[in-house]
Design a binder for this molecule. Structure first.
Ligand SMILES: Nc1ncnc2c1ncn2[C@@H]1O[C@H](COP(=O)(O)OP(=O)(O)OP(=O)(O)O)[C@@H](O)[C@H]1O
Length: 285
């Protein structure tokens, strides 16, 4: 078994006014990787290149160790976008029948189990479903041909916290099999914070970091202090600083080291959202 489900090396794509700038990262097998970044940062472009829906201008993409243009890997991938693309007149039953003809590995009893678990009616047209029901259906369909890799582009966007929680639990259940992996783009950093093992931040077509989530959450911290105290902090001890109307704020890589070194300075915990905003809205590095 290849130790990476996805390996992206030096990937380059040029549009008129945007380029994905020679990005490299990996999705280790058995892990959930969250892909975060502001609108227009290049998340969907990256996902479409991985799925070979877009043609790359440079670099390499390997899925399960083979080139991503190889047809045979498709059966092992389940894909969910932020919209349900099934025709509104279809019922869940119609869709199951159709997909069983598309995927040789389609598992009808697994599909029915998921439908029951999420209380989706078998005989109602999809047009009568709420957004949450449609999204659940898309995810169930992506999982019922027993893929090893799930690729999700904003799959929990626009859903209420209860439906999101149910879906996140389903992803955690999926990943119990150590041959499975998930690559999951989202604006909702709290979802990524809940379930991801690794986090990749993309900004203006460049990868800013690829880190273990626990390092981000348990090690990173934020100093908030006045300008006088800020003058005592050595620039090597923080990653980025910014000035607000009333104080200085610094993002630090290891809050415990900083707490030991500067006893009279308060270092708060940082959420994934705090860290993302620091890198994107910046300050001075
Ligand atoms: N087919 C295309 N032709 C030209 N430009 C494109 C094309 N697809 C995407 N872009 C541009 O590439 C940039 C990145 O878009 P992309 O959809 O990858 O961002 P994103 O991070 O997924 O954003 P969002 O979070 O809003 O979905 C944008 O500036 C977009 O206008």
């Amino acid at each position: 078994m290849d130790k990476n489900s996805i390996l992206v090396q030096n990937l380059y794509k040029k549009f008129n006014d945007f380029s994905l700038d020679h990005i490299s990262f990996k999705i280790p097998t058995g892990r959930i990787v969250g892909f975060i970044g502001e609108n227009g940062s290049g998340k969907s472009t990256t996902i479409n290149l991985i799925l070979n829906e877009l043609k790359k201008d440079g670099g390499k993409i390997k899925i399960f160790g083979v080139d991503n243009t190889t047809q045979s890997i498709k059966d092992n991938i389940g894909v969910v976008f932020d919209e349900c693309n099934f025709h509104e007149v279809f019922t869940v039953q119609n869709i199951g029948k159709m997909l069983s003809g598309v995927y040789s590995s389609w598992d009808d009893s697994l599909y029915l189990n998921y439908l029951r678990k999420f209380n989706l009616p078998l005989n109602k047209p999809i047009g009568s479903f709420s957004k949450g029901m449609k999204m659940k259906l898309s995810i169930i369909c992506a999982m019922s041909h027993k893929p090893k890799l799930l690729i999700l582009d904003e799959a929990t966007t626009g859903l209420d916290p209860i439906v999101r929680e149910e879906i996140l639990d389903l992803f955690l259940e999926f990943i119990q099999n150590e041959e499975h992996s998930i690559f999951f783009s989202s604006h909702i950093t709290s979802d990524i914070q809940k379930i991801a093992d690794y986090v990749i931040l993309i900004h203006q077509g460049k990868i800013i970091f690829e880190e273990q989530k626990d390092d981000l959450i348990y090690k990173y911290g934020i100093i908030k202090c006045g300008k006088e105290k800020f003058a005592e902090i050595l620039p090597d001890d923080y990653i980025i600083h910014r000035e607000t109307n009333v104080s200085m704020e610094c993002l630090v890589r290891d809050k415990n080291v900083i707490r030991r070194k500067y006893k009279n300075i308060v270092v708060d915990n940082a959420t994934l959202e705090d860290i993302m905003l620091f890198y994107i809205k910046g300050g001075t590095q």
